[in-house]
Write a protein that binds this ligand. Structure first.
Ligand code: SAH
Length: 268
């Protein structure tokens, strides 16, 4: 075996990505650490199939506090340090990849600042996997030579828009928006105003690889209606660009068997 063929080390934090939700898409390393570690800190994003398999007595849900509001990141950081200093081997499990809109970078910085040893375990990000299992390649020789991953839910404390939609429109490549269900009307309008063609294909992939995965498709002009008609909710990724249109030519033979309920159908 290459790399760190080790057991979960006491006093160490593992920043582990879970992949998009299908337990078969956990990395071998993630699976082994989940089996071996003393405690797992997680939220809901790894999805029901992965979370339900975590042993009750070794997991802490740090997604929401009693009362329903989000646990502040500072509290999670402190808990990681506290558990490590107790000598525990700790898995911090995030949906997708911890370093893609997962705040894993902040956790790494905090751990380093507190001299806690940690290891990063990369994973399959939903930004690529959710489109993929819906039959959409984020790049394609004929359609997109670049792909941008952006947040649709900007930090409200930021003074100005952190995402330059004009510049994104100008790339001519694929745009994958995470956390972008709610503000879909805002950024589709921004992209249209930036000169993107109204008929540009757009797909929403909800709960990619989870049981009940759904896909809604449309164009920059129609996707908001498609979202509303289908009732698409987070977590979902938005794929914008010609690659989203290629789905049509493969979907009949695509055997990724997620979502017994099938497509949302809207906009198709
Ligand atoms: N670290 C994660 C992203 C966290 S941000 C990753 O690499 O995938 C949270 C956003 O991720 C959600 O709002 C949604 O846009 C996206 N997301 C995560 N899991 C998803 C899934 N299974 N299907 C669709 N979108 C998902």
């Amino acid at each position: 075996m290459s790399g760190n063929a080790i057991d979960a080390e006491p006093g160490t934090v593992y920043l582990v990505g879970s992949g998009p939700g299908d337990p078969d898409l956990l990395t071998v390393k993630a699976k082994r650490l989940l089996e071996e570690c003393d405690v797992v800190l997680h939220d809901k994003l790894p999805g029901p199939e992965i979370i339900d398999r975590l042993p009750e007595d070794r997991r802490e849900d740090v997604g929401k506090r009693a009362g329903g509001e989000r646990t502040p990141q500072s509290e999670i950081n402190e808990r990681l340090v506290e558990l490590a200093r107790e000598g525990k081997s700790v898995v911090r499990l995030k949906g997708g990849d911890s370093f893609v809109f997962g705040r894993g970078g902040e956790e790494a910085e905090y751990l380093a600042a507190h001299e806690v040893p940690f290891e990063v375990v990369p994973a399959v990000t939903s930004a690529i996997a959710a489109p993929a299992v819906a039959g959409i390649p984020v790049t394609h020789r004929d359609h997109a030579s670049s792909v941008s991953f952006v947040t649709g839910h900007e930090d409200p404390t930021k003074a100005e828009s952190a995402v330059d939609w004009d510049a994104l429109a100008a790339t001519g490549g694929t745009i994958v928006v995470l956390m972008g269900v709610g503000r879909l009307p805002d950024y589709t309008t921004a992209l249209l105003e930036a000169g993107m063609a109204p008929e540009t294909p757009v797909a929403l992939v909800e709960r990619g690889t989870w049981p009940g995965q759904r896909v809604a498709t449309g164009t920059l002009e129609t996707i908001v209606d498609a979202r509303d008609e289908a009732g698409i909710e987070p977590p979902a990724v938005t794929v914008i660009g010609d690659v989203a249109g290629t789905r049509e030519s493969v979907v009949e033979f695509l055997q990724n068997d997620y979502g017994a309920a099938g497509d949302a159908g809207a906009g198709e």
